[in-house]
Design a protein around this ligand. Structure first.
Ligand code: GLA
Length: 352
């Protein structure tokens, strides 16, 4: 087989030509919202990210999120800051006319380098202020939207009380402070609260309660990030609509921040499935109905980001239903296959 060598590495001859035959996602949706992808920029030292991702990323996406590169565990160690990954992503985005979603400043996961567990409150307050001022300050003017706080609301109760931030503060005030510090450090970035299961009525209500109780809009919050780790059957399009409308009616922007569709419907024990034409069809219809809802909420949904680019690179090959799998299981959650070719789902969202 003949290959072409391009920015994106090796591609079978013909692929580039074929890729010209359909409209780029970012063009199709330019009057609706940003189209983003989470990228593994710089996370593999031996494989520059553009060998695996560059071509598709630049062709279809105008918003980039670092999948891991801008989380505290990759920025902060022993009191020192390392902005290598974020700087590279910001530079790359600027060179190619894309925006960057900053992900994430305050979280309970992947943060042990910063706050390993419960620490004295005064120390936690000092750290929170220093970390946000330093990081959001470093990227000031370069970040379109920050996920300032990620996953601080509980699944069955109001707060995620196991968070080291919650434990150290002895309450949720760290959330409001985080928005205040982010607003001071980068006055122009849009500031988001980001979470999963936002479409679940109980959690949605708890998020609304948090916004009111902590007066987060006054502290600088601009919008809500709906992660959208969804599946073929959940959530219903009605629930998605209701959720967008709930936040839009409060004057907030809605970003879809981590979209992917688990083809195992959140069941970790289902054996590996082949990507049959039936499954391809179901996935394609699912993406079509979801994007129809997003389009209906033009002006309210202002950014849609996929959590990855190609199926083999998705975290869902190792995670399902809230837990990590013992063995890799091929999942098919995204728009591009392992060769970088668009799947039927891709065509279902560009032709409607
Ligand atoms: C959450 C986080 C993301 C990512 C995913 C799994 O949704 O917000 O950063 O870690 O889990 O990849």
């Amino acid at each position: 087989m003949a290959f072409l060598v391009g920015l994106g590495g090796l591609y079978p001859a013909g692929m580039k030509e074929r890729s010209m035959a359909y409209a780029p996602l970012k063009e199709v949706y330019k009057d609706y919202f940003y189209i983003g992808a989470a990228v593994k920029l710089g996370e593999y030292n031996s494989t520059p990210f553009y060998q695996a991702y560059g071509e598709r990323l630049l062709e279809h996406f105008n918003s980039f999120t670092a999948e891991n590169g801008m989380k505290p565990e990759n920025i902060y160690r022993d009191g020192t800051y390392d902005f290598t990954y974020g700087d590279r992503l910001v530079r790359y985005a600027r060179e190619h006319g894309a925006v960057v979603r900053g992900h994430t400043l305050v979280w309970h996961n992947q943060t042990s380098s910063l706050i390993p567990g419960k620490i004295p409150k005064e120390e936690a307050k000092r750290l929170l202020k220093e970390y946000i001022s330093t990081v959001a300050g470093h990227f000031r003017g370069e970040i379109h939207a920050w996920d300032v706080v990620n996953e601080a609301v509980g699944d069955g109760s109001q707060w995620r009380t196991s968070s080291p931030w919650y434990q150290s503060y002895g309450g949720p005030e760290y959330i409001r402070e985080a928005f205040e510090y982010a607003r001071m450090a980068d006055p122009d970035a849009k500031l988001f609260y980001n979470d999963y299961n936002v479409v679940q009525p109980g959690k949605r209500e708890r998020i609304v309660r948090m916004l009111e109780e902590l007066d987060l809009v006054e502290a600088g919050l601009d919008g809500i990030g709906i992660q959208a780790h969804w599946n073929l059957v959940w959530p219903s399009v009605d629930e998605i609509s209701r959720t967008i409308e709930t936040f839009a009616s409060m004057g907030l922007e809605v970003h879809i921040t981590e979209l992917d569709i688990d083809c195992y419907d959140g069941n970790p024990s289902t054996p590996q499935m082949e990507y049959t034409p039936e499954l391809e069809e179901r996935l394609s219809r699912r993406y079509a109905e979801i994007f129809e809802v997003f389009r209906q909420h033009k002006g309210e949904v202002t950014s849609v980001t996929f959590w990855g680019l190609t199926d083999p690179d998705s975290w869902l090959n190792g995670f399902s239903g809230g837990r990590f799998l013992k063995e890799r299981r091929e999942n098919y959650p995204l728009l591009f296959d392992g060769k970088g070719d668009p799947k039927k789902a891709f065509f279902s969202i560009i032709n409607w």
